[in-house]
Write a protein that binds this ligand. Structure first.
Ligand SMILES: CC(C)(COP(=O)(O)OP(=O)(O)OC[C@H]1O[C@@H](n2cnc3c(N)ncnc32)[C@H](O)[C@@H]1OP(=O)(O)O)[C@@H](O)C(=O)NCCC(=O)NCCS
Length: 344
């Protein structure tokens, strides 16, 4: 019998503190009109001093478990996607595993920058389809505000903090990922990077004073790469799934810039309403972006069984990816379960 990996739970968490474009006008030479017209971003969330990638990911994970009516002890694996983990070691996935009490789960981190959630979703699905595991938590969290140079107007206007999570579960219903695409182009790695603090440039007073622990970006080149890779990857995932774009209920793309989303929509030949957009509220939350967008979409527009969702992302590395997810009859799966220990 074939095994499929259905999304049965979802959740997200964003910090309370809102940083508006107007607030940024007090930090760097910029203005609300410029940011809105070039990026579509109006505001973003910034973690409070007590919040970290693992604390936000933990909250998102608990909400996803509540939706799936599961307890953390039911999980076999925790995969955490992040570019801004709490530490180089231990993995943020292990911190989440401990905080939620997933005592029966393995745990590891995965870094594919803004493509991270998609890469983790594909990896988690493979563990289920192969028969290795039955229940996987895929979580993404980012605290980009701690790696942004708040004096660099090229980057500080773009990014935000937050986390999102899904629960993947074994089902024999033909649902879950119908296709997946992952690509990379390491030659472009320096276009979007945090150069300092790793083994190549360990933290020293020099790396700190030259700001090597901050995100650096060549915006224009990234923009062109994004427009090219998002459209191509999305079409490739559809073709691998033997679907026309008209068969897509909603496109849930990486939320980097509304102009990039428009170009992706045009490449797909779909109406703008087919694209889920929340970049205006949260900015670019890197690996968390699709996870937060998916969770918000599922909260407001629950899909019908058989609906197809199209994910597409690009990011540092350089990396890109896309996948088609077919919605399972989650209502029927939940009807057989008692409420889990967490409240939604
Ligand atoms: C960053 C980005 C919004 C810049 O928009 P753009 O239209 O390409 O703008 P440019 O970089 O050409 O800059 C145009 C001018 O605006 C200025 N500018 C840059 N940031 C500014 C800001 N925050 N406020 C006001 N002016 C700004 C530039 O200095 C430049 O001025 P100049 O013409 O005098 O040199 C855009 O390139 C982008 O979104 N790139 C992709 C970034 C991304 O998604 N990164 C994450 C990947 S996961």
């Amino acid at each position: 019998m074939s095994r499929y990996a259905a999304v049965t739970g979802w959740g997200h968490y964003v910090p309370e503190k809102v940083l508006t474009n107007k607030d940024l006008e007090g930090l760097v030479e910029t203005n609300d009109e410029w940011i809105r017209s070039r990026t579509g971003i109006s505001e973003r969330r910034v973690a409070a001093s007590h919040e970290t990638t693992s604390s936000m990911a933990t909250e998102a994970a608990k909400r996803a478990l509540a939706r799936a009516r599961l307890a953390a002890i039911d999980l076999d694996l925790v995969i955490c996607a992040s570019t801004t983990p709490d530490h180089l070691m231990p993995a943020t996935a292990c911190l989440v595993q401990e905080h939620i009490g997933a005592v029966n789960a393995g745990a590891f981190d995965l870094n594919a920058a803004c493509t991270g959630f998609l890469a983790a979703l594909i990896a988690g699905s493979q563990f289920i389809q192969s028969g290795t595991y039955d229940r996987v938590l895929v979580v993404a969290g980012e605290t980009l505000s701690r790696f942004v140079n708040w004096k660099d107007r090229n980057t500080c206007i773009l990014f935000g903090d937050g986390a999102g999570a899904v629960i993947l579960e074994k089902t024999d219903e033909p649902a879950g990922l119908l296709s997946s695409v992952l690509g990379s182009q390491g030659a472009g790695g320096s276009l979007l990077a945090i150069q300092g603090g790793g083994a190549a440039r360990p933290a020293t007073p020099d790396t700190l004073s030259s700001g090597e622990h901050y995100i650096t970006m060549h915006g224009n080149e990234i923009f062109k790469f994004a427009v090219r890779s998002m459209g191509q990857a999305a079409l490739e995932a559809l073709s691998k799934a033997n679907l026309q774009s008209s068969a897509v209920r909603k496109v849930i793309p990486h939320q980097a810039n509304v102009r990039i989303l428009k170009a992706t929509q045009e490449a797909l030949g779909l109406p703008w309403e087919s694209v889920f957009v929340n970049v205006d509220k949260y900015g670019n939350t890197s690996a968390s972006s699709i996870a937060i967008a998916l969770s918000e979409f599922l909260d407001v527009e629950p899909p019908e069984p058989g609906d197809n969702l199209l994910f597409v992302a690009f990011g540092g590395g350089l990396t890109w990816g896309s996948a088609v997810l077919r919605w399972a009859d989650v209502g029927a799966m939940m009807a057989e379960r008692e409420e889990g220990p967490y409240a939604i």
